[in-house]
Each structure stands twice: as C-alpha cells, then as structure tokens.
Ligand binder design. Structure first.
Ligand SMILES: [Zn+2]
Length: 126
C-alpha cells in the first residue's frame, strides 16, 4: 500500500502555503493521474486541489517500500542451525533461546554476544 503525505508550510510573506509531496510505500514511482477534470497523485489516490495543479512529478519524493532491517527473522525455536567456522574445521550450533533470539556456542559469541554464525543464520532467514 502506498500513501501520499503532504507537508504544508508558509514562507514568510507569501499568502499561499508551499507544499511538498511524498509517496511512501509501494514500488511504483509517483505519477499524476488525470481523471476528467480531477488530478490525483498516484499511487495513493491523493486528490489535488485546483490550486495544486501546478505540481510537477519531480516535486514528489518517493520512498519505495523496503523491508526493514529490523524485520524479525523467522526463527524456529526447535531448530538448530549448524554453521561451519571460518577456518572450516568446526561446526557451531546456532539455536534460539527461550526469548526467541539466536545464540551461538562459539567463543566469539560468548565474548561479544554476537558473531558471524548468527549473522549468517539471520540473513538466511530473512
Ligand atoms: Zn558463533
């Protein structure tokens, strides 16, 4: 889903507000749709007022949908992920703890509470 956000601000000495437009979400770049005598910012179906008809498509900022880095990976609590160490001589077990985050048995994790193995598992799950 896309939505159009409009910011209005008054520049000192001007009677009309300045507007900036931004389309958030979706994957389609903004465009202006004419239906009969009406104009819309698409996607998002923002209906333009008559005094906004001088808008140019370049004036619309576009923030496409991006999966957030904070999206929780799909961790299965009963699953053990085996990750080979960087030297290739060891296999570490990465598994979910009771609070649902991943833990690794390697020394680096014990030390820093994060390690490459967890990163690899997390990236493979997103
Ligand atoms: Zn590790």
């Amino acid at each position: 889903m896309s939505k159009v956000l409009v910011n209005e601000f008054f520049v000192h000495g001007m009677k009309k507000p300045n507007r900036t437009y931004a389309v958030y979400g979706g994957l389609i770049s903004p465009f202006i749709l004419d239906i009969g005598s009406e104009k819309y910012i698409m996607p998002g179906w923002y209906k333009l007022d008559k005094d906004e008809y001088n808008i140019k498509v370049e004036d619309i900022k576009f923030y496409p949908y991006k999966p957030s880095k904070d999206d929780k990976p799909n961790i299965q609590s009963d699953k053990v992920y085996k990750v080979t160490s960087s030297k290739g001589d060891k296999v570490y077990e990465v598994k979910a703890n009771s609070s649902g985050s991943l833990e690794c048995e390697c020394p680096g994790y014990g030390f820093r509470r994060s390690c490459r193995h967890i990163k690899e598992v997390t990236e493979s799950l997103i």
